[in-house]
Ligand binder design. Sequence first.
Ligand SMILES: [Zn+2]
Length: 443
Amino acid sequence: MTATAAPLDLLLLPSWLVPVEPAGVVLKAHGLGIRDGRIAFIGPREAALKLASKETRELPGMLLSPGLINAHGHAAMSLFRGMADDLPLMTWLEKHIWPAEAKWVDEAFVRDGTDLAIAEQLKGGITCFSDMYFFPKVASDCVHNSGMRAQIAIPILDFPIPGAASADEAIRQGIELFGDLKHHPRIKITFGPHAPYTVCDANLEKIRIIAEELDASIHMHVHETASEVQQAVDQTGERPLARLGRLGLLGPRFQAVHMTQISEDDLALLVESNTSIIHCPESNLKLASGFCPVERLWQAGINVAIGTDGAASNNDLDLLGETRTAAMLAKAVAGSATALDAHRALRMATLNGARAMGLESEIGSLEVGKAADMVAFDLSGLAQQPIYDPVSQLIYATGRDCVKHLWVAGKQLLDDRRLTRMNEPELVASAIEWGRRISGRNE
Ligand SMILES: [Zn+2]
């Protein structure tokens, strides 16, 4: 760096810096400098301290990593958290979630539910999330105002949904929103056909053509349960993933959420098409949907990211906890304690999510030139001692209550666990009020 370079806006000096790329590296006594919302410097502490900076912050006992990326969820469903638990997927959807959505979901619901989800995620170390829910324009307004980063998938189903009377109307709205937000620095619009069993071939073909024209991604629930696959095979003789392949949807722009059922043919199709998979272990566990074979996919070279799914089926948006579950579950499913080690688990929760969303050149790792999306975890508590490998401690011994500070594009959105742009007591009061209305309680 030359002496004439502009001063840094902020210099951070954590105890450990985990860039994620290169893989497996933990830097001690290093600093990270930010200028104009981007990472401008990573280097040894002595060199860092020689640089001019408008603000310097020591982060003793803290681990600085890329912000966590929650690659699948339904943000506004946070207002249905705990409304219907301990039920199989189709009963849960058909008897509880879909009727409640028909009755309650409007623009105000989506605004309040999305704000609640954004605040919960920021406090949990998440800097970027993927959303798939009704009134996507309202959700993008929430993301814009919050300072957070997100991928917003336009929900498309064959039947009418809140905010769109038909699949064609949903697609039209999606194209319009895509155009409006094409240059937004923090919001990416994608297309979200709900699932193979709710979207017909004709609509999937329309979505494929539009996504190709716009160079947009497609985000879809696929092979969530064994019965979904079995039903499709009984009715058509074809597995849903094979159908998506035949229709030309699979590819680097395609994000297949869940994938608990993977045959040898499915695996070959995923590898050949370079499709990303979004693994949602706790939702799959809670709905007894099945197990995504993460280690097998990883060994095959498939990009696997991780998501919490909606709070109605999880019941939290805790990606750090989700990552710990994923690391444990991968070992049980693979029958090998070496499956998905802590460093790879962190990579899955950061860079792999960025890659799934096509944002890997922008976020997902701490590298000079990338957006300054970062989280500082406080590892100074007794539950983390002693520290041999801070990444191991982060994944296996640390909860999201240890998230101390968080930045998106260099802007601090969480400072000493306090939200800087959102009013936490108001969000809590609003959620309580929605719960009261939805459950019909008057107390
Ligand atoms: Zn989902």
